[in-house]
Design a protein around this ligand. Structure first.
Ligand SMILES: [Zn+2]
Ligand SMILES: [Zn+2]
Length: 236
């Protein structure tokens, strides 16, 4: 979603509220070009603040990363903490660089997610045991402010723990909603380092096939508007 798609004369908060309320209430109707069958799929808001959409994101990421994590040994859960969350979205790229630097120093790779306004990062990392004290000293030298780290042994189910932070929207007051939305609209909340990296580059190809004749579904309708697939432009 872009800001230009927001309704004119409504505030961003109104628009967010609207989209959250209407998530999955309407359907997109796909038609099969060969046999003419119609299929309907719920129209989702895909907002970062939506719990329903968060669960879908969680399942997609789990499906993508579980196969590589399952074959790994030496899985650990690492939590890194800063003194406070960020005040401005432009500060997030620096936090990404700090996390990547720390993970690269000690481990073969990792997958991490930010919690809330980026005060904490939860990472699943692969590598040998490193004493907490050593990681803590390195974290302080990178951040210049915080030495708070936690590392513990895990297995592949640690992936659930790390991904749950992108599934659950924060329980902020509504005025914090906009801040949270704007921060993460421009920045990644989930990222990978090292041996996970290439997996992040693989785009999952989405193909919609007709369950009846197995041909591609080529256009869809939302209400009165008919869209061309896959160009996503209204046809008429
Ligand atoms: Zn068909
Ligand atoms: Zn939603």
């Amino acid at each position: 979603m872009t800001n230009s798609e927001l309704q004119p004369n409504t505030t961003l908060l109104d628009s967010i509220r609207n989209k959250l309320t209407n998530c999955s209430m309407n359907n997109i109707i796909f038609y099969c070009s060969s046999c003419g069958e119609a299929y309907s799929i719920p129209l989702r808001c895909d907002l970062i603040l939506c719990e329903k959409c968060g669960k879908r994101r969680f399942m997609k990421l789990k499906e993508k990363y579980l196969p590589i994590i399952k074959v790994q040994k030496n899985i650990k859960l690492l939590t890194l903490t800063w003194v406070k969350g960020v005040e401005h979205k432009d500060e997030i790229p620096l936090r990404h660089r700090q996390v990547r630097r720390l993970i690269k120093t000690f481990f073969k790779g990792g997958l991490y997610t930010f919690e809330g306004l980026a005060q904490h990062v939860h990472a699943l990392v692969i590598g040998n045991y490193v004493p907490t004290k050593i990681i803590s000293e390195k974290w302080l030298s990178i951040t210049k402010e915080s030495y708070i780290v936690d590392i513990r042994k895990a297995n592949s189910s640690g992936l659930n723990y790390v991904l749950k932070y992108i599934c659950k929207p924060p329980t902020y007051f509504e005025n914090e909603f906009v801040k949270y939305y704007e921060f993460w609209f421009h920045n990644r909340r989930v990222s990978t380092v090292g041996l996970f990296y290439n997996y992040h580059q693989v785009k999952i190809k989405i193909e919609l096939l007709c369950p009846k004749c197995n041909d591609y579904l080529i256009f869809w309708c939302v209400g009165e508007t008919v869209y061309d697939y896959p160009l996503c432009k209204p046809l008429f």
